[in-house]
Ligand binder design. Sequence first.
Ligand SMILES: [Zn+2]
Ligand SMILES: [Zn+2]
Length: 393
Amino acid sequence: MNVVEEIKQIQDEIVKWRRDLHQIPEVGFDLPETAKYVANELSKMGIEYKTNMGGTGIVGIIKGEKEGKVIALRADMDALPIKEDTKVEYASTNGNMHACGHDTHAAMLLGAAKILNKHKEELKGSVKLIFQTNEEGAQGAKAIIKDGALENPKIDAVLGLHIGSIFSEVGDGQIGVGYDKIMASFDRFYIKIKGHGCHGAMPHVGVDPVAIAGQVITAFQTIVSREMKPTHPAVVTIGKVNGGTAYNVIPNYVEIEGTFRAVDQKQREMIVQRMEEITAGITKAMRGDYEFEVVWGAPPVINNEEFTKDFVETAKGIIGEENIIELKEPSMGGEDIAYFLNEVPGTFFFLGAFNEEKGIVHPHHTPKFNVDEDVFWKGSALLAQGALDWLNK
Ligand SMILES: [Zn+2]
Ligand SMILES: [Zn+2]
């Protein structure tokens, strides 16, 4: 059996799946058209699956004839509320856009599934096919796990990928691999600094939340620079400050929103604790009050070293050692595959798909984002052969 050669033969079909999905982008948990499309393709292949897992997610299974372990191949399939401006003939017109490439992840997983299913009699164990919703909101993985995606049969490992240019050192058709912490946690915070509004000419009769907010914002800059171990990357970013209605009025409150990132769970918890302590201390000292909320995103993405080493051996045989780039530093972006990798060993790798000659240079989450479709067979082959080699080891 030569999975890779067979996947090369269906490259055009993978492109077609991707272009079809690209035209029906949907956002969040509710992806009815996308899920229907994926389910229909799995049915055509004769693969069993469950629907409505973690929203409209799908969990398929390919059972090998021999007993063995279970590996999950994971793809996300949600899009973003961005109006597409790529001018490609298969561009979306419904106001949403696959601006992160999750359409390609779903298509590449379908490609892997099709060929693995044809060879299931040679499989030792089973392959679960996880098509999850709402990665962008960092909620889909958690939800599909809660709905039992990792059980019956219980999975022993997970393999997933992200296409595009998340790591700029990974060239077109190359892959980036990391053996440990590879992406950060990504959480969101909201703070309401409460003062007491009054006339701008008579500040002494009120409590100015703008002045308090200024101190809080400044003090936050020292959380990473003075309190975190310098060799462990972390980020605190305030992306939004909102307060006031007129130039000569002291408002009642100021709102501050932002995100914090860490590659270490302890540091992640410490950042939140320190943000709240600083906010509480400064607001109290300056006669104000506050509300503090955290919307938890996904934990850090941590690959398993041993699994990744095995996967790299597989990858060498498919794309050649020279096309495997070891990622030495994590990205401070996040990915909710972290929830799967918290449960079982596995790896999340990055498939480079930017190509200057083809004009494919626009970043993720922007209206002109696209990817080089010629790399799709590689993604499918790496998933399929990665699963096969791990099960048959
Ligand atoms: Zn994204
Ligand atoms: Zn993404």
